[in-house]
Design a protein around this ligand. Structure first.
Ligand code: ATP
Ligand code: MG
Length: 356
């Protein structure tokens, strides 16, 4: 699994000794730390460096922590960020002021390291849950819009295609035939795109069967390889033996592997090596991976490849849904899917699924 990026914490405090202590403690916890020594620079770094959490001293020369907090809450870029106030004045006045200004929580100074660690971890966890909920909500509304849009396009498209087919059965001259064929070909492309989009948008109904992962991958290979033609792909299967079954919908899981194998094949235009691995993993999971020796994925695209409609392929028929469909299916089965790659050195997609 690729390691997730360490959470980035911005600590704003004018006291150098406290700042250094915070930096040491947070770095020890594995966080990336940014320090700012006054309100103004704190605001700037919060806007520019996109921290995951902000620690804010209340009493500072110039802008106070309370003012900074209010400004952060007014700014679209920082509105949602978790803020922890570091308060040295006697609660409750300071605490109330801080919370009213929009802080999520507070820690009193001199801080207790254990408490600070726990409060930071809690805020980061809450933030992750919130972000996931927003993601799900976005996907759901995108799904609803897409489903009705597909429906609206599909009906008139059928009429267009039907009429073009009728036209092509008439006696036409060469030019007319060419035009009608071109129109029909393009209408078919639109139809294909809609089919993909529907697949993505429609809520999937899963049957929950006990499936043999090796079996599923074998059948995905035989389907995906139908389109390889003469391309030389060295297929390596490192399948674990006696792997317990996973619970899932056979057809959907097959779809996942077809999508991954197809991606791998498409990034190896002159052939290459395709390795499929399966094994029983920790915590009652089954692991499966697909590795290719293709061109790899540039760093800046790694986080985007699972986004619906993200594609770098210029052909008309790749709408950029293969990975997002795969992710949806795997997550519906409470599994995880991740991709890792170094540009020029191929890519690996790793899947983990709960055992039956
Ligand atoms: N194995 C891989 N190696 C390199 N890049 C990949 C790989 N798999 C996916 N990608 C990148 O991720 C993008 C998105 O992949 P995805 O499967 O979602 O869509 P697509 O293949 O472009 O279109 P579709 O699957 O809908 O036909 C691809 O366009 C490609 O840039
Ligand atoms: Mg694809």
């Amino acid at each position: 699994m690729p390691k997730p990026r360490a959470a980035r914490i911005l600590a704003v405090d004018d006291d150098k000794i406290i700042s250094k202590a915070l930096e040491k403690l947070l770095q020890h916890e594995g966080y990336e730390v940014i320090l700012a020594s006054d309100g103004e620079s704190g605001l700037r770094r919060a806007r520019e460096d996109d921290p995951d959490l902000i620690l804010l001293d209340v009493v500072m020369p110039g802008k106070s922590g309370i003012e900074v907090c209010e400004e952060l809450r007014r700014d679209r870029r920082t509105r949602e960020k978790p803020i922890l106030m570091l308060t040295s004045l006697k609660p409750p006045q300071d605490v109330v002021l801080g919370l009213r200004a929009g802080a999520n929580d507070y820690v009193s100074k001199p801080f207790n390291a254990e408490e600070l660690r726990a409060r930071i971890a809690t805020q980061l966890r809450n933030q992750r849950v919130l972000q996931r909920m927003v993601q799900i909500e976005k996907a759901l509304s995108l799904g609803r819009i897409t489903a009705s849009l597909c429906h609206e396009i599909n009906n008139p498209l059928h009429v267009v295609m039907g009429r073009l087919e009728m036209l092509l059965r008439q006696e036409l001259d060469e030019k007319q035939t060419r035009y009608a064929q071109l129109a029909l070909e393009n209408a078919r492309r639109i139809q294909k795109l809609i089919k993909y989009m529907r697949e993505y948008a429609e809520p999937s109904v899963h049957s929950k069967d006990a499936c043999d992962i090796n079996d599923i991958i074998e059948s995905a290979i035989s389907i995906a390889s139908l389109t390889w033609g003469k391309k030389e792909i060295q297929l390596e299967k490192e399948f674990g033996k006696d792997i317990p079954p996973v619970i899932g919908d056979r057809e959907k899981l097959q779809q996942v592997f077809i999508n991954l194998i197809t991606n791998a094949e498409q990034v190896m235009p002159d052939g290459g090596q395709l390795t499929l691995r399966t094994s029983a993993g920790p915590d009652r999971t089954i692991q499966a991976s697909v590795t290719d020796s293709g061109k790899g994925i540039p760093k800046e695209n790694l986080e985007r490849v699972f986004d619906p409609f993200f594609t770098t392929k210029e052909n008309w028929t790749s709408p950029g849904l293969g990975l997002s469909v795969a992710r949806r299916i795997i997550e519906e089965l409470e599994g995880t899917i991740a991709i890792s790659s170094e540009e020029g050195k191929g890519a690996t997609v790793e899947i983990s699924l709960p055992m039956a």
